[in-house]
Ligand binder design. Sequence first.
Ligand code: SAH
Ligand code: SF4
Ligand code: F3S
Length: 457
Amino acid sequence: MGAAMSAQKTVFVKTYGCQMNVYDSERISELLAPAGYSAANSPEDADLIVLNTCHIREKAAEKVYSELGRLRELKALRREAGKDTMVAVAGCVAQAEGAEMRRRAPVVDLVVGPQAYHEFADLIAKARDGRDDVVATEFPARDKFQTLPARRGRQGVAAFLTVQEGCDKFCTFCVVPYTRGAEYSRPVAHLVAEAEALVEGGAREIVLLGQNVNAYHGEGPDGQPWTLARLMGRLAEIPDLARLRYTTSHPHDMHDDLVAAHRHNAKLMPFLHLPVQSGSDRILAAMNRKHTADHYLALVARIRDARPDIALSTDLIVGFPGETDQDFEATVRLVEAVGFAQTYSFKYSPRPGTPAASMASQVPDDVKSERLARLQKLLHDQQTAFNRSCVGRTLPVLFEREGRHPGQLVGRSPYLQAVHAEAPASWVGHTVDVEIVGQGPNSLAGKVLSGGSVTGP
Ligand code: SAH
Ligand code: SF4
Ligand code: F3S
């Protein structure tokens, strides 16, 4: 490309996986801007294509390789038109596969793991020079966030903020401790500064992210480790910030002060994603989850005592190695006992290098499918029941953007449900009392009360 260095180039970032990848993709786009890259509308128009990948289940990783197959054709087409295309793989597949990726998919020009993406601009320059050292998967000793550009410019109404990354829990089914590395908490002062910049840019809700977010123990301004509850207390002081949420929590790290925050922190929304994985103590032990079904139920009782209307969400795995019909029934009983507002449920997927992948008595796929179908019916019924219970109520909705129909806005209830309602576009970013008048499969229909009062920032 040579002389094209200073010319305007375009980048298309495609994101797979969890919310942290969404956050990372935003940061990658921001850090490529000073290198001359603006956002392309489609991969066809992009000089640089970044796949920010997920390795959590087999299907997630397979998707990346099929996308790379398509990109090989796209790259050839663009070359015929005299255009160069660079393909970068970032995220957890990049970390897990490293240099192997470029052997399996030669279309890949560079590979950059989740802890090394601050080196993106250097890697692009190396790839352009035809160098071979274009794989960055080391875990640096330094805080990568400190070398990223500060947050600037317009933000969405709901913004993500990574406060903690990595995981030391080593659940036996999970790749995350290997792809994201050891647990790390960002210092309070850095997070306050980033949150203020997000709010300055228009964010009104901040979702604090971490693979194990409630294990947060970043350094406070007093030099002491602060808990997540204390961090949220500080962030709640930002005047124009209306709402706080956090995800994903481990039941084992759900300490008293965090439970109490659901009682005391008025900006903390009454919604909690608390993965349980299974209702069988035998399976939970084999998963190395560090909690039993009874611990989980007792914890749910404490949380509901602090915040009676809290909506709970969870993750469940069926067909973990050795799971019997009795174990599965225990999961069904736990789900019935809790009553979830929302859930994610998966068939166990063996991940190379994790302890569970080589355990004896893997469960046949048809058994997994049968159990998943039964569980998902129950979960769907619970979610529908929860949404139905909201019809007729008036809920404060934070409007996030315009809807598909003219004159319509889409926002979120405190319980994270999407709510559609007719309202003026100028109400985006405002919290408004909305009467819930109906429910669809994925959202609620609302009506702004006559003379609808715009509250809060
Ligand atoms: N940090 C979170 C979740 C990370 S991954 C936690 O501690 O729970 C998101 C979800 O993917 C997990 O909660 C789990 O339900 C699911 N998952 C992870 N590894 C899996 C595997 N090998 N097979 C099937 N589901 C898996
Ligand atoms: Fe994976 Fe378990 Fe860590 Fe969650 S707590 S990221 S499931 S190892
Ligand atoms: Fe996937 Fe990595 Fe997130 S494996 S779920 S992108 S931490």
